[in-house]
Structure formats: C-alpha cells, structure tokens
Design a protein around this ligand. Structure first.
Ligand code: AMP
Length: 229
C-alpha cells in the first residue's frame, strides 16, 4: 500500500506545511519542487543558475526541466511506501508527464487547497522561512521584524525573495493562467478532492486527512493508523 499524494493550490495556501506534516506522520518523503530549486540556487549549481532569474520574477521554470527533476526523484527507492508532492505539477503538460511517471503504481490522491487571493497575499507577506532547516513560520499578529529565530533549530528566519507583494501577485496571475486548467484536468477523477484551506492549520489538517482517507477507502487502499484524525 502506497499513499501517493499530490497537494495542489496557489502560493501561500499552506501546501508545504500540510505536506510536511502528512509526510512526517506517514514516514514518506515530501517532495517539494520549490525547495529543490531553492537549494540549487543556494548552492550555486548549474541548475540553480539556470532557474534563479525565473524564480525571482515569479514565473515557472520549463516543463521539461522540472519534469526531469521529478522523474529522477520518483525513481528513488524511498518512495516505495508513497510520497507527498508539493508544488508539482503546475501545468497540464506536467500533470500528463506525472501520469506517465507513476503509471502502474497506486493511484494519485489529488488534494486541492482552496484559499481566496487576498488571504494568500496577506499570508505570503507574513511568511518567514528558516535559512537553516527550511521551516515556514508566520509572522502574523506580531511585529514581523521581531520574528528572527526559528523555534525548531534556532536558525535565522528570512523572507523569501519571491514573497514580496508584487511577485506574489505575479505568481497568482501565473497560477490562474497555467495551473487552474491543470486542476480541471484532475477534477473529474474519483481520486480528486478540494478542501477549504482558508481555515486554521489544524482544521485544514483534519480536512486533509479526511479527504485522503475517503479517497483511499474508495480506491480500496488500506490507510495506516497515522493517517486518522
Ligand atoms: P514554490 O515554493 O512551490 O512556490 O515554488 C517557487 C518557484 O519555483 C515558483 O514560483 C517557480 O518559479 C518554481 N517552481 C516550483 N515548482 C515548479 C513547477 N512544478 N513548475 C515550474 N516552476 C516551478
């Protein structure tokens, strides 16, 4: 039994946080294409140099490039028990490529987190990321400049360079143009569910687990106890 979960939703919907928790509770890898690309940029690798400017503008890197990365990652043995994909696919060609990559495996469980645009802009501007361990933190309600250290590892919290209002609005524009049609591609499948991502993190978690369990039960997959709310 493998839980092959795909988390869809606009930037700032909370996909990364929920995907992280789901992956941890099930002992399966979270595969975030944004994290993979940011690590490449930080390390100054050839890949990093190729994608840095595109990411800074809030645009998408090419389907070929990102699909190659995901194909290689999903070919590793640690995904035998399942995986959580965060940030991929983002276009119809990527979704079609993913279907090819996972052909013959357990069905994809596709979850869309829905959040209104204005809430996303608010959330993304408050987002801080730990430079050392990658944990996301919200600086809501406090003086954002006072939130400087990661509670998990003590690392420095920084704002992602693509989390400014102008770049977020561009990422949302790209989302509605390129990614929304891809969600329609999945929307007709019995293994697709949309959940309300505008609630608090624990309510979203309950909705996520409930949706995954419902799909898994319908698809005849047995869900391990860790997945129950
Ligand atoms: P994220 O952390 O998922 O918001 O991704 C950050 C940036 O990485 C995006 O704005 C894109 O520039 C790039 N990126 C991540 N995943 C993909 C993807 N599946 N397709 C194209 N570009 C991507």
């Amino acid at each position: 039994m493998a839980l092959n979960v795909v988390m869809l939703g606009p930037p700032g919907a909370g996909k990364g946080t929920q995907a992280e928790r789901f992956a941890r509770e099930h002992g399966i890898p979270k595969i975030s294409t944004g994290d993979i690309l940011r690590e490449a940029v930080q390390s100054g690798s050839e890949l990093g140099r190729a994608v840095e400017a595109v990411m800074e503008r809030g645009e998408l890197v090419s389907d070929e490039l990102i699909t190659g990365i995901v194909r290689e990652r999903l070919g590793r043995p640690d995904v035998a028990g399942g995986f959580v994909l965060d940030g991929f696919p983002r276009t119809v060609p990527q979704a079609e490529a993913l279907d090819g990559i996972v052909a013959g495996r357990h069905p994809l469980i596709v979850i869309e987190m829905q959040v209104p645009d204005e809430e996303l802009v608010r959330r993304v501007q408050a987002r801080r990321v730990c430079r050392a361990c990658g944990t996301n933190v919200s600086a809501f309600g406090s003086n954002p400049s006072a939130v400087v250290r990661c509670e998990t590892c003590g690392g420095e919290l920084v704002t992602r360079s693509d989390d400014t209002e102008a770049v977020v609005r561009e990422r949302l524009r790209v989302y509605w143009r390129d990614t929304r049609p891809m969600i329609e591609y999945y929307g007709r499948r019995p293994t697709f569910r949309a959940i309300d991502g505008a609630q608090g993190p624990d309510e979203v978690w309950q909705a996520l687990v409930g949706a995954v369990m419902a799909v898994a039960a319908e698809a005849g997959l047995s869900v391990p106890p860790g997945a129950r709310p």
